[in-house]
Design a protein around this ligand. Structure first.
Ligand code: PEP
Length: 250
């Protein structure tokens, strides 16, 4: 039985004060009985404030990016050990914004996945096709390539402690959510690739859906058999709305 995970990707939003306010609001709105695991991923500079605010709550902390290197002369980079040090448990790798805006290709994403695990973090590996790729019928080929790069580099055993997030690029921040059936079809495809390598691991990996998830559509998406929660951008910046999505995962 896979425990659902709802992760908030705050991206480059908010201030120090907003960080505390959002976490306090989320904690109050969630109450004590969230059936799902709840995760927030604030900007790097607010991670310590967030860790402070999260103390005593059931919400866990993650980061939005990680360096490949363990330490050294890498100006502007943040190592996984540093993220662990401030209380992070998860890190997002391969988000489409990092792939498309910062040119992170499959090889670099695979290296980040590997270094996250080396440094004791659970990677949330994002995969997903663009609108053009969907319209030209190559969605599965794109997903297989993105997932394949990580499988080749880390092997299926690494997925014992990893999460996959299917995030169709055309659904991110656009308000155009994939239908539950569209999401399920790709999630089943992803799980099929993983179970082909190892049935037990493939069936235990959580596969999140991301792309314009809101409290109004979360329940339908999460009711699909291979959708194990969500990676939420915009709607995670509102405590009540995000708590509603978390409740939908219950
Ligand atoms: C995301 O950026 O991971 C995301 C899913 O964004 P949104 O929920 O705003 O579409």
């Amino acid at each position: 039985m896979r425990k659902l995970l709802v992760a908030g990707n705050w991206k480059m939003h908010g201030s120090r004060a907003d960080t505390r306010e959002l976490i306090d609001g989320l904690d109050a709105a969630l109450g004590s009985d969230s059936a799902a695991e709840v995760l927030v991923c604030p900007p790097y500079v607010y991670l310590c404030d967030a860790a402070d605010a999260l103390r005593g709550t059931s919400v866990v902390l993650g980061a939005q990016n990680v360096a490949v290197e363990a330490s050294g002369a890498y100006t502007g980079e943040i190592a996984g050990t540093m993220l662990r040090d401030v209380g992070c448990r998860y890190v997002i790798v391969g988000h489409s914004e990092r792939r498309s805006i910062y040119g992170e290709e499959d090889g670099l994403v695979a290296a980040k996945f590997r270094s996250a695990q080396r440094d004791g973090l659970t990677p949330i590996l994002c995969v997903g096709e663009s609108l053009q790729e969907r319209e030209t019928g190559i969605t599965e080929a794109v997903i297989a390539r993105q997932l394949g790069a990580v499988l080749e580099s880390s092997g299926i055993v690494a997925f014992k402690d990893a999460v996959v997030a299917y995030e169709p690029v055309w659904a991110i921040g656009t308000g155009h959510t994939a239908s539950p059936e569209q999401a399920q079809a790709v999630h089943a495809f992803i799980r099929g690739i993983l179970t082909h390598e190892d049935d037990t691991i493939g069936n235990s990996v959580r596969i999140l859906y991301g792309g314009s998830v809101k409290s109004s559509n979360a329940r339908d998406l999460f009711s699909m058999p291979d959708v194990d929660g969500g990676l939420v951008g915009g709607a995670s910046l509102d405590a009540e709305g995000f708590a509603g999505i978390c409740r939908a995962a219950g």
